[in-house]
Design a protein. Sequence first.
Length: 337
Amino acid sequence: MESLTTEIVRIDPDRPDAAALRRAGELIRDGQLVAFPTETVYGLGADALDAAAVARIFAAKGRPANNPIIVHVPHRAAAAELASAWPAAATALAERFWPGPLTLVLPRRPIVPDSVTAGRATVALRVPAGRVALGLLEAAGRPIAAPSANPSGSISPTRGEHVLAALCGRIAMILDAGPTTGGIESTVVDLSTPRPRLLRPGLVTRGEVEALIGPVETLAGAASPDDLASPGMLPRHYAPRARVEMVAGPLATQVERFRAPGRRIALVSRDPLPLAPTPDLLIVHMPPDAASYAQRLYATLHALDAANVDLIVVQSPPDGDEWTALRDRLQRAAWQP
Ligand code: TXA
Ligand code: MG
């Protein structure tokens, strides 16, 4: 793949510079890739209606061609232009959660290229929150296809430097607005089937969705992207380089099980610990509430990879709807064949 000069533009998340947004919008219209912050994670954006530009996303990420991409739009009317049906449930959810961390899968219109939808009859749509994301959509004047801005299978980026470390030389620009506020990806709800289905748990909880539209089915995970309703949900995903183990019960005892000569362990816990850090044991304290935990999770995993630990031992998150997406991401990070 040809090497590009990646331009890094720092941008204020609350008052983004209009000239910077204009330049980023021009790059999108020109078929280039621009990484930008949403309220969840950084996205890797391209003109969603330009198949050649979308192909560059797949190349830059090493993304399998059978994994479709979410299309970001500035408002509900722009979403409806890309969908061939708009059920009442879509109106209810969009009214309540857009702009915000909810993605709706709907039957697509033919104008959406096959590469975006991986040849499916549906398209995933989202109005992201945040002045930079919405400002870029406005400046580009196009729907923007954007997966998370990380190499396929690895941890999503929540800071500009995560994007830079992974994709420098492969994309035209990074709009760096600092850490994202949400920290994990949007909830994906499929409204193209007779009964709504939760394809990916995320920052909007299942309870919040069901309160508006009634019961949603959950998918049982499958192993191959081709037979999956949600092809991005592979068992191992969102994974750091280091092995991840989730543990419950007394943490000090749990950590002892994994100690081995020369093995560097990081313990990621919510509870205060009766353990002191040593050169072989890093201790990371996470916040007790789900929203703050989510905001920090990926940055923590990125940092532990950078610190070259061999094993990340994570205290299992508690039960409860607001922890479901976090349990899901950690299970995928910990998955071993
Ligand atoms: O928060 C987010 O959703 C971030 C930001 C950048 O918007 N984006 C993101 O994109 O996480 P990505 O590509 O990493 O994950 C999108 C998920 C994948 O699991 C993909 O398979 C699924 O959405 N998806 C996309 N289009 C779909 C479709 N038509 N039908 C079913 N699943 C779809
Ligand atoms: Mg992703």
